[in-house]
Design a protein around this ligand. Structure first.
Ligand code: HEC
Length: 195
């Protein structure tokens, strides 16, 4: 009698346990279906309207970190934030980069502060572009020609033209000598990590 009762209860449990497992599987299946639906909905959303949103926020990010970026991205032939191997136009045709010269760089820093800092900062845009990293995106010849011969550069060098398009104000000719331009270039090298 006792035994029968226990057996009965056990069977009952077994049945309900099996029932629960089946129910559990059904619930899991439902969850999976819902997850699939959500997943594909999100996928479609990101491919459609959401995608454009994402890419604009990406462009915003890059322009925030690198303000020089704007023009090239809008279809101009020259992207001014990208390195260029142009040597520019002017008196400096071929410049052989020598080992870093700290004295020359110190002279260059003084010249930069007195002649260029009116319009340039190293790390932010002022009237002209920030000049940190300039030795990485331009050749030595180009940098010196820009300092010595900005008018012609703005007229006929594609990078300088694109820069003028972006910054609107033309860079002025400061009447530097070639040695002074070289000193400023040496200072830019120091800013960019030369020792
Ligand atoms: C009157 C303001 C002004 C002065 C002064 C000036 N610049 Fe500029 N500079 C600019 C502007 C604006 C640009 C962007 C190109 C343009 O609009 O012509 C520029 C661009 C440059 C570039 C190119 C930067 C890049 O991202 O490729 C270099 C290099 C440069 N200047 C160096 C100098 C040096 C060196 C001096 C000092 C001898 C100097 N500039 C003085 C306004 C100035």
């Amino acid at each position: 009698m006792h035994f029968k009762k226990i057996f009965g209860i056990l069977r009952c449990c077994q049945v309900s346990a099996r029932h629960q497992t089946i129910e559990f599987i059904i619930i899991m299946k439902k969850c999976f279906l819902i997850a699939c639906c959500l997943g594909s909905a999100m996928f479609l959303y990101s491919c459609g309207g959401g995608g454009t949103k994402e890419s604009t926020s990406e462009t915003e990010d890059t322009t925030a970190t690198n303000e020089v970026n704007e023009i090239g991205a809008t279809g101009d032939a020259v992207d001014i934030s990208k390195p260029s191997d142009s040597k520019g136009v002017g008196p400096v045709k071929d410049y052989e980069v020598k080992p870093f010269n700290a004295d020359l760089a110190a002279k260059g820093e003084m010249l930069f502060t007195s002649k260029c800092a009116v319009c340039h900062r190293l790390d932010t845009k002022l009237i002209g572009p920030p000049l940190q990293g300039v030795t990485e995106r331009r050749t030595p010849e180009w940098i010196m020609n820009m300092a010595l011969n900005p008018m012609e550069m703005q007229k006929s060098d594609p990078v300088a033209k694109a820069l003028l398009d972006e910054y609107k104000t033309p860079m002025t000719d400061l009447g530097l000598t070639q040695e002074e331009a070289e000193a400023i270039y040496e200072y830019f090298r120091q800013v960019d990590g030369a020792k």
